[in-house]
Design a protein around this ligand. Structure first.
Ligand code: GDP
Ligand code: MG
Length: 320
């Protein structure tokens, strides 16, 4: 259905898009319903995830990438998932301020997602914001996430192309390797190459890549050195991102990745709908069950199974 909001978003209207994303963050029913109308208009953008520990230079790099992409006449969307201080409850302002220079450019749309502490919602809100920007017609959408298992947003679940960023002074390489983040990288960036130790990190990544299992993967990740703050190494990064998109399309991998993501999104949607439906239905019994569990009359798993069994009997009246 083409509502007024949809028409505005398809035309690239920033206010309408912002309003919808805010609605999705707040999980208002109207915004969730509007997503349904947006969805048929998505799937065109190249979604690029940029992940790395705090301070490696992701935002600075994105800033430089925006400028380089605009020079190539590509329209850009940015979704920044910020780590949130549990005290302030707000997104870190720095990112917004730093990327502000592009705000006047109509072809660039930037949103910082604030994690207000709701479980599982951040991933969903992020993916939805990506969908909105996709519908707006952005050619490329950059998603900034904090890596190393600190974020609930897994870029592999959002992005077509995963860029993993390290820096010589972050000292988080081992952590990244442990967290399995290296495996999802399509492109490696060693930022702050102006600092000592960049080549050491690049060699360590190279060494690790050579230990990849047989048969070797079709796509061999490249390791690029950048100095985001001095705008160095940005053009080769844009080239590599573009090359990866081409590889995805040519190899059939794009289709495969998008299918996997659609499946994850579906499963997540089922989980959350079933959960809210069941909880609503058993609301009156919940208190009693909780009491029973607290008194050790029943364990949580058996109690959960009993609820589920009750539902499946309702769904299949002939069973039993
Ligand atoms: N020396 C140096 N500093 C950089 C470089 N890129 C970013 N920085 C600085 O590193 C700090 C963290 O950058 P930021 O983009 O906020 O990192 P993020 O947390 O990964 O988004 C800032 O003070 C940047 O100016 C670089 O290439 N070289
Ligand atoms: Mg940042």
């Amino acid at each position: 259905m083409k509502t007024e909001t949809v028409n505005k978003i398809l035309a690239g209207n920033v206010q309408a898009a912002s309003r919808l994303i805010r609605g999705i963050e707040d999980e208002t029913p109207a915004a969730i319903a509007e997503l349904k109308n947006i969805y048929p208009h998505t799937g065109k953008a190249h979604i690029v995830g940029l992940t790395g520990a705090p301070g490696v230079g992701k935002s600075t790099l994105i800033d430089a990438l925006i400028a380089a992409l605009r020079k190539r006449n590509r329209t850009v969307g940015v979704v920044a998932v910020d780590p949130t201080s549990p005290f302030s409850g707000g997104a870190i302002l720095g990112d917004r301020v730093r990327m502000q220079q592009h705000c006047v450019d109509r072809e660039v749309f930037i949103r910082s997602m604030a994690n207000r502490g709701w479980a599982g919602g951040l991933a969903r809100a992020t993916i939805s914001a990506v969908h909105v920007m996709d519908a707006m017609g952005k050619d490329i959408i950059l998603v900034e996430t904090v890596g190393a298992g600190q974020s609930e947003v897994d870029i592999a679940r959002v992005a077509d192309t995963a860029v993993v960023i390290l820096s010589p002074i972050s000292g988080d390489e081992m952590q990244m390797i442990k967290a399995g983040i290296m495996e999802i990288a399509d492109i490696f960036v060693v930022n702050k190459a102006d600092k000592e130790g960049a080549n050491t990190i690049a060699s360590a990544i190279q060494f690790m890549l050579e230990m990849k299992p047989c048969p070797p993967p079709k796509w061999k990740p490249t390791i690029l050195l950048t100095e985001a703050v001095f705008n160095k190494g940005i053009e080769p990064l844009v080239d590599e991102i573009t090359r990866h998109r081409q590889y995805l399309a040519d190899s059939g991998e794009l289709e495969k990745r998008r299918k996997e993501r659609a499946k994850l999104e579906l499963i997540e949607a089922i989980e959350s709908s079933v959960k809210s439906y069941v909880l609503q239905e058993v609301a009156s019994d919940l208190e009693k069950l909780v009491d029973d569990i607290t008194r050790r009359k029943v364990d949580p798993y058996t109690a959960a199974l009993e609820i589920i069994n009750k539902f499946s009997r309702q769904l299949k009246p002939d069973a039993e």
